[in-house]
Design a protein around this ligand. Structure first.
Ligand code: NDP
Length: 284
């Protein structure tokens, strides 16, 4: 049989993008799995996304990741969407099936995999989320679609918080409530899972934590952070002090990359290699 010299191509479109380490993580996983895939990190400016998406078809890319500023604009440029992406209104991954582009949002799926890997099931649970931006949107919709009973959205901007709570109530089977973030807001006591989905604590601001009443965090809660650099956040340290089980944002980032890996290759991702690679890139 003739030898195949053509690699499968995937990558990421974003701007700024130069410091995004996802490619190193995915390439390490392809090497470990013995797959002839290449992940290319590409700077694509906002107005050029339609041409870049068309290029995926023309150049037979297997798929692509999308990051700032393309996650929302890309929704209109694919042929099909997953049900979650349809509700979230943003995608971070595309699979090219013979010229038909299918888009999904795997930020929430990565988060959920971090929970299930720790033996936590969201069904019937009350999930309280700090923030109402892209990460909060993906996490809340994914939890709601996987059976969470109630989603509380705590956010400073009332408009953004209410829009997200209304979206979850109207488009998913879960109930949702907006809680205004004034001063040191208390976490509702019915909360089973608490998530920081704000950028507070992200490097270099590692000495910052979300302004909440930490004494309202109890030992019965599972407390999660989306911050992955450094993943040992003050937010999680405060929760840990109060006896809560904690889940770090690095797992979510790796798991999101693992879900994308499987969507493109059909193969289970070598999570350990991906985690170790990212830790090295972040000097952890
Ligand atoms: P957005 O800018 O879309 O949203 C940020 C949200 O945080 C907004 O709701 C904003 O409130 C709130 N916020 C910002 N600063 C503060 C503050 N000082 N106090 C209280 N609330 C605040 O960001 P994203 O949702 O895209 O990203 C959030 C974080 O999630 C980032 O750090 C990102 O790196 C991380 N992330 C991690 C992932 C992972 O895999 N681990 C995946 C995706 C994101 P308001 O509406 O009032 O402005």
């Amino acid at each position: 049989m003739a030898k195949n010299y053509r690699s499968q191509l995937v990558g990421v479109f974003g701007n700024p993008i130069d410091e995004n380490p996802t490619g190193v993580m995915e390439e390490a996983a392809f090497a470990k799995a013995g797959l002839d895939f290449r992940y290319i990190t590409m700077k694509v400016e906002k107005g050029n996304l339609p041409a870049a998406m068309q290029a995926l078809r023309v150049m037979n890319f297997r798929g692509i990741n999308l990051t700032i500023p393309h996650k929302v604009d890309a929704v209109k440029l694919v042929d099909e969407l997953s049900p979650e992406a349809e509700i979230i209104g943003a995608i971070n991954v595309v699979v090219n099936n013979n010229g038909r582009l299918w888009g999904d949002n795997t930020d929430g799926k990565g988060f959920l995999k971090s929970l299930t890997d720790s033996g936590i099931d969201v069904s019937g649970k009350t999930v309280t989320i700090l923030g109402a931006g892209g990460a909060a949107r993906a996490i809340s919709v994914e939890c709601a679609m996987k059976g969470a009973a109630k989603i509380n959205i705590i956010n400073a901007s009332e408009e953004r918080g209410k829009v997200l709570a209304d979206l979850v109530s109207s488009k998913t089977p879960a109930k949702a409530e907006y809680i205004q973030w004034i001063g040191k807001v208390s976490i509702p006591e019915q909360t089973d899972i608490l998530v920081n989905a704000t950028p507070v604590g992200l490097y270099p601001n590692v000495d910052k934590k979300p302004e909440i009443n930490y004494d309202s965090v109890t030992a019965s809660m599972i407390v999660c952070d989306v911050i992955f650099n450094d993943p040992n956040t003050l937010f999680l340290a405060e929760a840990d002090k109060r006896g809560a089980k904690t889940i770090r944002g690095l797992g979510m980032l790796v798991n999101q990359g693992a879900v994308n890996f499987t969507l493109w290759t059909g193969v289970e991702a070598p999570i350990d290699v991906m985690t170790e690679t990212l830790k090295k890139e972040f000097n952890l």
